[in-house]
Design a protein. Sequence first.
Lengths: 1099, 431
Amino acid sequence: MNKIILPVALLLIFQSEKIKAQQTLFTLQHPDSTGVLFYNLINDTKELNVMTNEYYYNGGGVAVGDVNNDGLPDIFFSANVNDCKLFINEGNLKFKDVTEAAGVSATGDYHTGTVMVDINNDGWIDIYVCQDFDGDPEKRRNKLFVNNKNGTFTNRAKEYGVDDAGYSMAAYFNDTDNDGDLDLLVLNHPYQIQFAKTVHLTYNDQGVLVVAKDTIKPYESDRFYENINGKYLDKTAEAGLETHSFGLSALMEDFNGDGLTDIYQANDYLKPDYLFINKGGNKFVNEFDKFFGHCPYFSMGTDYADINNDGLSDLIVDDMLPEGNDRQKQLGGPNNYDEFEKLMKYGNGYQYVKNVVQLNNGNNTYSDISYYTGMAWSEWSWAVLIADFDLDGWKDVYITNGYMRDVTNMDYTKYRADSLNKELKKAKSDSDVVKLVSNIPQVKVLKCYFKNYGGLNFKREVKSTGLDQFAWSFGAAYADLDNDGDLEIVVNNSNDYAFILKNNTIENKTGASVRIKLNGTANNIHGIGTKIVAETPDHLTQTLIFNPMKGYLSSHDNTILIGVGKYPTVDLNITWPDGKTQQLNGVTPNQLLTINYADATEVTSDSTAIAPLFKDVTADTKINYTHTENAYIDFKLEPLLPYRFSQLGPCITVSDFNGDKLDDFFVVGAKEKAAVIFFQNANNTFTKSDQSVFAADKMFEDGACITIDFDRDGDNDLIVTCGGNEYPNMELNYPVRFYLNDGKGNFSKSKFSNQFFTSANTITADDYNKDGTIDYFIGGRTVPGHYGLIPNSYLLTIINDSLTELQSTRFLNKAGMVSTALWADINNDSWKDLVLAGHWMPLTIYYNNNGILNQTPQQLNNSSGWWNKIVIADIDNDGDNDLLAGNLGMNTRYRGTVEKPVTMVVSDFDGNGSTDCLVSTFVKGKSYPIAFRDNLLDQMPYLRKKFLRYHQYANATLSDIFSADQLSKADNLKANNMYSGVFINDGVGNFTQINFPTEAQLFPVNGIQITNINDDTIPDILLAGNNYSTEVETGRNDAGIGLALIGRGDGSFGSLPVTQSGFFVPGDVKCLEKIIVGGKTIFIAGKNKGQLQLMRRAD
Amino acid sequence: MKTLFLFLVPLFLVQQIHAQNSTGNYLYRCNHKLVQVVMEDLFTPPVATRVHVYPNIAAYEALCKKNKNMTSLAGQLHGLDKSPDATVAVDYSLSSCFAFTTVAKKLVYSEFLINDFENEEATAWLKINKNDSALMKASVAYGVTVGKHIIGYLGKDNYGYTRTLSRYVLSDSLGAWQPTGPNYANALEPNWPLIRSMVFDSSNSIKSIPPCPYSEEKNSECYKNAMEVYTQSQKIDSTKKLIASFWDCNPNILRASGHFTYFEHRISPAGHWIGITGEAVKKLNLEEYKTAQVYTLTILAEFEAILFCWTEKYKYNTLRPETYINRLISPTWKSFIETPPFPEYTSGHSTISGAASTILMSLIPQPYTFIDSTEMYIGIPARKFNSFKEAADEASMSRFYGGIHYMPALDNGLKQGREIGSYLIKNLKTL
């Protein structure tokens, strides 16, 4: 093993600190000044280098704790190949290397994760170190350095039963069986990296291809050890925790609030993450899919803490999506759609290369809001630390990142790696290897810090916080190293000195804290699992569950800090793991408080759970109907589509079809699936009716449907449009169809069918010109196979028993990519105007002048969005119609704003007959196309010559890709407003936009219903949405779970948590309709590839 | 750019390029260069045949202006018109070289590699020809003129149109092709059958032979064919392994290890036979007209063979042995060489080898034995063959040894390839 040779000149990043009046939040301390001369040296050798095993580059950990009980936290670093080091804190951020005397170097082994734990609860902290890589299991046995209380330690891992010989990454201690002592989880991984990306398939008894069961091998599976009287016993198999995956980190936390510690495991590579739910008695079951919609593809570090101060812990898992356009385009390519489908089919779930920020909804579901918070990418990331670093009461996020070789650089993998690999095989010496490996691109990356401004608003602030270091950083821990009341950060860097980042909040007088030490029970003396709720006088409630073993390969200090901002006092409520509590009111900051379990008291919970307002009545109505969708992959023809148009159904229309005065409803069918009618029975249930007339039309992908008596015989007829994208260049497969009702709910095709053709998702009918005949507006959504072109819309009327489009209304043909339309009197002149919205278009109103539509519409300023739904209501009760509009939302990569719009150029750039569309978004102030090079070249092969290599495309803007002439001939579309909200009408058509609250911006809104939730006189609304058919790089919009908004009367709304509203409508909701059943209003949610769901107010 | 170029070109080829400088070997050097560029640019096997064939036609058309015994292919290939004549005195040999490179640059991505090659050739020509730069310019200009004529010709072969069509969509039907590991890649070039054939149409098409119907019955032909592949894999010896690797010629292998994946740059089946042709050209020191004839007909036969084979592949959409064997015989079985991502029936390598070898058997004086060192660049030793036919038979069998085809795909592919070769020899007038 090489001894470290310290570089003579220390790195430039440790520049001496100039004294400033107000310092940045953090200042990096010079290692010469702190004495923390720890340098995790990674040398490539013939046997171990990034090409032989990339886990060699995964870095080391940090454990912080007061090992000598002098009141100052000390630091232990695990080094990968060199000696681990222990530094004793001598105060004022001065440290002394005591490794040798302490006997904790673990010389000669390969180390990974480390945690500090008082294994024997003797009041002296011990150190646990994980070991990996060595072919000899004996040299992989994890070490437990037990504190001899005299400055020395002895490895007694075997004695305690924790000398795991697996390929270990990290270890976690927590109480899983509520017996008061700490149990242990050790994360192990397979040795052979080729398992990483292989799906083993096999045929089951029924001859169906399924994923082969993992072969569990000794040393490769996670190990779970139950603490029995202070000794650790391997109970992995009994617990159901045998794995064969590359887990990089885990969290032992209570994810479902049942008082039992569960396990979240973040898995690298193909395997999705696991959420092992604790069923009691140390039995665990993976229930990931019940709780989460998706996970990162390559999950790395994890943390679990309350980021929005709603009392519920939220989850962050990081991945390796690079920051900035340039690196995103060069590192890693697009996902292959078939491969993505295959992964889903074989149970690897929805995985996307990006971080997730899973907001805890409080009902055992989580919603990823990584795009909304701007935390979706942070480079190849490792530790994630959620803590209140600036002591303002809101927890911030620090992420370490970097990988010593950009092995995913596409130019390298496609054009250099082959020859390099051949030469590597021939390499004779370590120096040959070093020379060859140095051909792989190498970039040190900037760390990430997200300041929490409250209300889910995070801002990436790196330079201004003094965290703008470039390095390869891995394990990290926080601790108040100088006991001044704020949290320092310690970072283990590879091929660099460790960082000691001093926090200046107290010096800057910008915040204050209360420091808490827990004095727990005999077998858990640090009180791991204790919940602290802190309330400052502004009723800001922070919740913190003490668990120091989080992040990546590391553990934090046992002293807990509660930021109190500028408030003079804070009230604390402490709940110990066994439920005993104590309340401390009026606690003043700037003190170290020891809280003793002995002082806690038993409390009987007096909080009676309030019943939620809504309940699911699907089963009561006997409706068991699941929407099925044909497998059409729009991307096969149009690789640059932002989402699939073939999955926009179902649409539902409610009406009494059989004349029994009870509401029935009609549900359209996808291609190859007939539409159906549900007739309401007298006993509040429904009966499904299949009719041959609909079966005959099942080759069409139905789009919109409405009910209207178009033949004026007194019953409700149906009009259905075709939607979707399934028939490129076959316009005749998109007929508007009219179905006649015989009065009893039996339908037949009307002669008006098959006269007009377009792919449409909206239709609206009214006699706008008061001539006694109904007029129908059919809004075209897309031109199948030619996304970006404007489809045909039609205004139709029936004159002399024939369906007619009047010459005078043909100006509406190219109204836009319309997704929603309605007739409503906007300017209070008693004439209904035509209101339209769609994608890449503003909210548009064609005013009705005494029965004639204005050819020039009003387009609301800066309202170009991806609108899905508009409804009208007099929200502010001033006598005119306001608009409620559902949009894409802001939890997306396509976040268009007025300053930074999302744009799309559309043209047949290469003149080959296919329409080329290219979407661009702003990245760091500049607009770049979103497409990866491979997708771009797939659509426009002629560009290959221009972009021979990935780096040539990496910084290309539209003007680099296309000539000025090409661009001038192209259509330019734009979206600059993605917020869902209310447009308040002043009565003469001037609108003021009031956005819905944050919770409504987290998902695309497809359904809006106005109702009264709280029984006041002010209208409230229900929203539902999502979009599961997005392109596979961005990932599906699945954060929506339904949302109840309470009106305040002025056009603004407040949101109701699902725990109170009970309006839980998850899935790919495409419509939300209202129906009266047994005198009560019920809401039907139609979901793509999902079951119809019916909800109503609880009695 | 220069360093990148040197980094990628196998050393032995570079030496060969500089070893010969007589004009007769323009086409030898052109074709060798093009094989390297095709590897660099990672073209798939069908697209590679297209990239190879048109430059050779251009060179041939330029050269036949020099020799009245050479018959132009104009009027013989579908849609090909006569090239314009030179209006001034030119060195047609040099013109043919530039006709080749002009078309090659249109077709490849890494044009800069061809530019470098042109500069080398021009410099060498000037040295031999006493710096007659006026003649050089005129010859190059004429070469470019013929090249542009052929570029006009290739522009109408439907390639552009096929790029606008839907990528392959997986079929659920039982016997249908399914993606195979480790990468489960999309099926390559499903629309290739729409490419214009230069020789065949409905009047003279090669007869299609359907594969056996899909069946899972143990006594079915389908099952027996798969069992044959499986049984063979259980007793494969080192010679067969070597043969399978020698003829692997898979230019689309993506190797993955954790986060680190990389693309192997390998020669395609068409490129392999161009290598064999080149070795014969060099060994027999063929004069330039013969050289042009041999290259052009061989590569044209390869182009037509792949076009026919790809039509069969997507007509029958047969699943690979790996899919079938995993389904019914052994769930963990893997083919010895990586299963390429397109339907099984018929074998592209068999068809192309049958076609190319038939041309070579006819145009190269027999008996001809040779040592094929094409695969030495990836460390596979050279192999000795007693005839082109023998090499083709072995190339075909290698797909069985490799576990990626059933026997009928080889037998029928080889047979159809030979029919294509024979048809060309019989019906195309060249020299």
